[in-house]
Ligand binder design. Sequence first.
Ligand code: AMP
Length: 289
Amino acid sequence: MARRARWERFVEIIRTIADMQRLSQGWRRAGQRVGCVPTMGALHEGHLSLVREARRRADRVVVTIFVNPTQFGPKEDFGKYPRPFECDCALCEQEGVDAVFAPEPAVMYAPDATTWVVEEKLSQPLCGERRPGHFRGVTTVVAKLFNAVLPDVAVFGQKDAQQVLVLQRMARDLNFPVEVVVAPIVREADGLAMSSRNVYLSEDERTRALAISRGLEQARQAYAAGERRAERLCAPLRAAIGTACGRVDYVELRSRETLELLTTVDHPAVLAVAAFFGATRLIDNIFLD
Ligand code: AMP
């Protein structure tokens, strides 16, 4: 028998939807709560914090690793997205994950699939406007992952604040019996929000990209000092990114319930930013209450 790699010994790798459903149904029959952490792999501390949150809320934790082709635009980085699968499985094993669900694209999508899940409001602005079709891919794949993993609870990061709002709306509107939980953003020591895409940054780009988290922190301080006007919170962040030779995709203050644009922070808000450093598009945000 071939020797198995170390990470293969403990964490179970599931490749088909039927196997995933069987495993989860067994747990559920035994009265165990199932938690799910959907990811595209290239796991970092941000993902692992979601795993720990899922562990607190469930008896079994499934991490899904699937680089979902339908959420990438034709000119985006699907082909070059990092896929360090063995390393990811080792991290899952260390975290005590019960199963990794890692289907091939052909397992997830029939070649003649014609059914999509579309959320029509919260998915419109911000990344929805800049990445046409992105959220249709996200809602469709997460609905399919929910049908495979059959979780009681699924944990997503505030890093993708719009995504989690869209998914909470989807779960509510389509009656998925899944609690969609949001966990805080995990940052590098210098403030950069952790992201699988940070590996694309050159050293120089990475240093300049700190303008995003520093600008957000300045906005947070201005807010704490009493500033409520959207433009006064957004403009310095835009300027900081420009000064660092980044290209702003958007810097917007929006309602955290409806994602409508706000001119003043008069109810829970998100200050959301997307910016390019070199060819790499980074997103980040802070909540203002
Ligand atoms: P991804 O693999 O980038 O699709 O992300 C999978 C999940 O991890 C999503 O729910 C993200 O919001 C979350 N995530 C990504 N980066 C971070 C981070 N720095 N802190 C917390 N959660 C994150």
